[in-house]
Write a new protein. Sequence first.
Lengths: 78, 316
Amino acid sequence: MKKENILQLIKEALDAENEINDDSSEENIPEWDSLGHLSILTALDEATGGKASAISDLSEATSVKKIFDIFEKEGIIE
Amino acid sequence: MKIEIGKISYQLASKKASVFDFKEENPDWDINQIVSKTGVETVYVSDENETALDLCIKAAKKLNFDPDEIGACIFVTQSPDYMLPTSACIAQDELGLSKNIAAFDINLGCSGFIYALSVAKGILQDLKKDKILILCGDTYTKFIRNNDRTCRPVFSDAGSAVIISKSKSKMSGPFSFGTDGSGYDKLIVRNRATKIENNFDNFIHMNGAEVLMFTMSNVPKGVNQLIEESGLKFEDIDFFLFHQASTIVLDNIQRKLKIPNEKMPRNNKYIGNTVSATIPILMKDLISEGKIKKNDKILMFGFGVGYSFGGCILEY
């Protein structure tokens, strides 16, 4: 996946008003609450063909940076 | 030993509550967003003096069964009346069951009904009688803070009662089970049993994201393994009855397994998550509606607190 696709996917999952960028997190995006995070996890799993649900660390990745770090480690980001 | 599911009944807790009304006490909650994720619009809340045992006793009395036919009573609960004695022993007396029966509790949550079915299947061969009463009941709402946005809009109190009997021909298996105790604290009630943890309260706490990930990574795999082991094809299964956790969880399972809507019924919208009673309640409703028919092949799968999961394929 490309990083910009992940950012767009997060924006859509959250139905966020503001743009999502590398610094976005639960701290600065109002829609990124615990329920919003479930939507992100679901969207990531769908987009990765089920790979995301096998990454347990992802449940605590409540920032774009953490998601990018995990996906880079797992080889999911191009 | 083959088994079959006979009569089923259930009793919902006495107070019916609209999830939308929780906003009065919690003005900061976006109820529409919550309901869009959980799918639950109504929950049932037990009165102060109403317990899981009470609900299961009421459910069992609706069955109109002959108490003398029952050889064992299995009670699945995580909200027993007492630390001891076992709730199933009290149920034996209250239901007028024979004193020559086995009666015991199983302390499991959302996976519990499947475990009880398997235990019933196993123990039947050692009993003098051909039927077993399985009671599944919980009152999680007693553990929930009024401002708990994760649990309060989802969990509901109920008791169910199911008669299991020996069968000559019904398909009754395979079963599969799974446990991952590393997730013990992702859905937990502390400080109500013997361990004292001063830094924690005694209410229920659920990490929704962790539980969702556990479900997504284990349930679809478990379902596929069960079908493979059974020798059946995916399309041979008439109904997939999953624990009614919440809509987001069920949607993900359905998406990953590509199950058609008509084969994966739900009732969480109207009843909520009644823990181990969700599968018996769903099955009872489908039988009453004429949807589940005799000889239908049903795949059941429970999952959650523990972490624990269990599944089986049974012919009705």
